[in-house]
Design a protein around this ligand. Sequence first.
Ligand SMILES: Cc1ncc(COP(=O)(O)O)c(C=O)c1O
Length: 475
Amino acid sequence: MLKYRRINYHNMDGINFDSVLKGLQKELKPYDSKETNFVKIPEKGIAESSLLETLAHFAERENAPWKEGKVSGAVYYGDEPLLSFYEKLYHMVSQTNALHPDIWPSIPKFEREIVSMSSSLMHGEDGVRGAVSSGGTESILLAMKTYRDYFRRKTGIMEPEIILPSTAHPSFLKACEYFSIKPVIVGVDEHFTADVEAVKESMSGNTIAIVGSMPNFPFGTFDPIEELAELAEDKNVGMHVDACLGGFIDPFVRDSGYDFPNFDFSVDGVTSISMDTHKYGYAPKGTSVVLYRNGDYFQSQLYANATWQGGIYFTPTLLGSRPGYPIVAAWAAMLLMGREGYVREAKRILDTGDFIKKSVSGISGVNVVGNPLWVIAISSKEMDPYLIWESMSNKGWMLSGLSNPAGFHVALTHRHTLDSVKEKFVADLKSSVELVKGGKIKASSMAPIYGMASVLPKESTDVFLKSVVEWLYSQ
Ligand SMILES: Cc1ncc(COP(=O)(O)O)c(C=O)c1O
């Protein structure tokens, strides 16, 4: 039985909430009717063996797609023996908490080294400062809060604005909501990269930062950082490079034999960079790095309180208690991989991207969006790309849907470089295009949601989506 509260349902004329949830039930709440659902804490504890059995059951079902390389992004490495190595680390450090550097001084030592190694990949010089956060979103929240506070103090900007290409990750908009910053969204050009002229025209006396992505999530395209940074430098505002997705591939692209523009601290005007160790850094989930060109910016990120009755309190990032394990694992991942390991993996992924791009251009009716390297977005002018996406889903692929233009993407990882995954992807894509051309795929389960989002006002669709999220997290 579907259970939900119809929050603001009246805003959603013409949309059948029940049918949307029915569609989502199979995918997002598949266990509801089949498994025991704990709604209260059990009177007596449950045996370890039984809990392990339960988890093994879920793991068997949920690990298969990514192990087979059928998932876009999400698991960036996933091979033994790295997984066993992480288990060994966890055993030693599961109790550590970065909030207590006095008890575990090794944790900030690891953080300093992660920051320093990351900075060296980004051509950072001595003054660069930074922190290890819990993920890309937190790094971005921190950078935006930093610019807000820095420019409030330095130039008295009280109604701050950041300039965002429309392809920038939603965490920038989330930062705007959380920290009362006005987002100024500019379009992208025909290459799906930031429109520099539009950015220039959008700058005002309240601008605190410009954002560029290397690459962006939807289309995997690369914003012209040198040009954006010049605009930022001219007006003395921040320039944030979002390398959450690319931070551990970008530095190795040239070594892998492909062209790549300058984008990091080697570019004057770039003032901060986010780069995720838990993506192509191959660390387990839970870390990202945020870097600033100097300590003045970094100071605006920090929280410190010397007068609390509970004693001296300070945190470098948003969280209070912070598990030490993800930090230790990120540190170990970087050392284990070394430059050589990262170049090896980057080359495998970039070569796979090259193969897929060339193969897609040989399939009539579909096209690659923009000029990406390893996040390959596929669209079509001849048929509904959501139907192709649906057919790919029917064949077991878990790809990400895109809009404007409608399409889907695959973010290639180590998993796609294995066995004959890329050949299988291309064969399934070819056959999906044929099925759609032949009228064999009638409807796409997600298309109504994407369709709705493209015609209704953003406020309504956001409210609608929040009702879906409430449903997801309700028993
Ligand atoms: C370009 C980009 N920025 C930021 C993020 C946010 O990272 P996270 O999901 O780790 O918070 C992502 C996630 O995919 C991303 O692709």
